[in-house]
Design a protein around this ligand. Sequence first.
Ligand code: 6PG
Length: 474
Amino acid sequence: MGSEIGVTGLAVMGQNLARNIARRGFPVAVHNRSESRTKHLIEQHGDEGDFTPATTIEEFVAALDRPRRIVVMVKAGKPVDAVIGELVPLLDKGDIIIDGGNSYFEDTRRRGAELAEHGLHFLGTGVSGGEEGALLGPSIMPGGPKDAYEPVEAILTTIAAQVDGTPCCAHIGPDGAGHYVKMAHNGIEYADMQLIAEAYDLLTSAAGLSAPEIAQTFEQWNEGDLESFLIEITSKVLGHTDAATGKPLVDVILDQAEQKGTGRWTAQSALELGVPVTAITEAVYARALSSRKDQRVRASKILPGPAAGTAPEGFVDAVRDALYASKVVAYAQGFEQMRAASEEYDWNVDPGTLATIWRGGCIIRARFLDRIKEAYERSPELPNLLLDDYFSDAVANAQGAWRKVVRTAVDLGVPTPAFSASLAYYDGFRRERGPASLIQGLRDYFGAHTYRRVDRDGAFHTLWSEDGSEVSAD
Ligand code: 6PG
C-alpha cells in the first residue's frame, strides 16, 4: 500500500496540512522543491503519522496509490502552473490535483479545463484558517467536478474543523466555485477587520481609551453577538505589550496595511457583477490610503480638522452596536456577491452550506454564522440577508447607535469609511424611491440615453434642445 494522498509545497501551510492529514491516520507522501523542508518536516514531526518523504517529484508521484490525490500548496500564480506542468507528464487519467492556495478563480477555471484535456481532475480548493487552522482544522472549500471530490471527501472532511459534529468542508460547486468563495471569504474578512480597526480608532480617538482598556472592551464584546475569532484575537493583539519598549505593541506597529490581493479581487469581481459590496471595497481602499504614509504625514500638517471634542454618553456601547450592524451589512453584501457569481458562472452555490462550513476553522468563524445559516434555512432563495427577520430586527435595533457613532466620527474627524459606507448602503437599500431618477434625466439630456417612467411601460426620451416634448424611444 502506498500513500493515500500527497502534499507538495511544504511552507508552513503545506507542512501543517500534511501533519494534519498524517495525525488523522492517512498515509501521506510529502515533497518540496528544496529538500531541506521535507527533511525538516520528517525530523521535527515524522512521528506524528505515516509520512513518505520524497526527494523528487517523480518519487513523490510514485509513492501514491491510484487514483493519485495530490495537494499543491505553493504561492498563487505562476508557481501553481509550474508545479502542474511538472506533474502532468507523471500522472494517469483519473488522478486528482488539489490546489489549496489562494489562487484566482479564473486561473482555476482555466487550469481545470486544461487538465481535463489530459483526463485529469482539478479541485481549486479554498483553505481558510491560517497556519494554525491548517494544522488543527481549517475550513475547506473544494470546487471542481463532483466525481473528483468524492475520492478525497473522506480525507478533507476528516481534517477540516468540526462544529456540532459537522465538518467545515463541503463541495462548493464546479470549476472555480471553491476559489471564488474563498476569495469572497477574504473580502468579508477585509471588511470585518476594517470595521474592527475603525471601532478601535473611535475608542482611542473619540473615547480616549488606551489599548489595554480597549482590549478588555473587545473581550467583553466577544461574550455577546460579536463573538468571533477576529474579535477574540483583536483583544489579544491590543492587550499585548511590546517587550522592547514596554508600550502596547499596537502603538509601535507602523500604520500601513498590506494586502496579498484577495480583497482587491473580490471588489473587482463585484464591480464586474454589478454587486454593491461597499464595506469590502472601502476596506480595500482604506488599506491603500494607509499605505500612503508619507503623504499622510505631510497632509496632517496642512489639512485642518474639527476642534477636539469628546464622545457622547454611552459611546462605547454605541460603537459595539454600530460594529454589529455594519458587520451584518458587510456579510449581506458578501453573500449577495457570491449568489450573483453563482448565477453568472452557473455554479449553484448554496449560501447555507457556506455559512455552515464557515462556522469553524476559517478566519471569519463566528457565532454570527449560525444566524446566517438559520436565515438561509428559513429562506434558501433569500436575495439579501437584510430581508431576513432576524437581521432586519438586529439592524433596526442598532440604527440609533449606528447613526450616533457615524455622526460623532464626522463631528470629531475620525475616518470611518466602512461604518459610513455600511450605513449609507442600509439607507440606500431601504429607500423605496431614490435620486437615480435625476441621473436618468441627466443621462437623457446630454446623451439621449432614454429613461423609463413610473406610470407607463417603455423607454422615453425628451427633446431637450427642441420643444421639450417626450417621445417614445422603443
Ligand atoms: C485565511 C486567510 C489567508 C491569508 C490572507 C491574508 O483565510 O486563512 O485569509 O488566506 O492570511 O489571505 O491576506 P491579505 O495579506 O490580503 O490580508
